[in-house]
Design a protein around this ligand. Structure first.
Ligand code: FES
Length: 123
């Protein structure tokens, strides 16, 4: 079973920003990269720490479509969740994102969240 979850308005998710939301007790980081939205689990696969921390300016972590983990410097692709540099070697899961009438939504499937299995936007 899947559902689309509202995660913010276009005003709240302006280009260059990221917002961390809770979906089924998992933190999800939703990014606006130049008007395109992407969502990845807020989870560094190096040791399970969050990639985005509320106390840090996430603008310092994001460059060229990549986010740098604030803990030990691993990089992940924001578009695909791919682990791009050590010490992380496993990808972090991604979520389909859409915008309808000014509301940004993330699609979540509980089993996927628990198992970390990739899903397609039409699942
Ligand atoms: S926890 Fe992210 S690089 Fe170590």
């Amino acid at each position: 079973m899947s559902e689309w979850v509202d995660v913010g308005t276009l005003d709240e998710l302006r280009p260059g920003t990221v917002r961390v939301v809770d979906i089924h007790n998992e933190e999800v980081a939703v990014f606006n990269l130049d008007g395109e939205f992407f969502a990845i689990r807020n989870f560094c696969t190096h040791d399970g720490s969050p990639l985005v921390l509320p106390e840090l300016d996430s603008a310092d972590q994001i460059a060229d479509g990549k986010i740098t983990c604030p803990h030990h410097g691993a990089k992940f692709c924001i578009r695909t969740g791919a682990a791009l540099s050590p010490p992380a070697y496993e990808d972090t899961p991604t979520f389909p994102v859409r915008e309808i009438n000014g509301i940004v939504q993330v699609r979540a499937i509980s089993a996927w969240l628990l198992q970390g299995t990739e899903i397609t936007p039409d699942t």
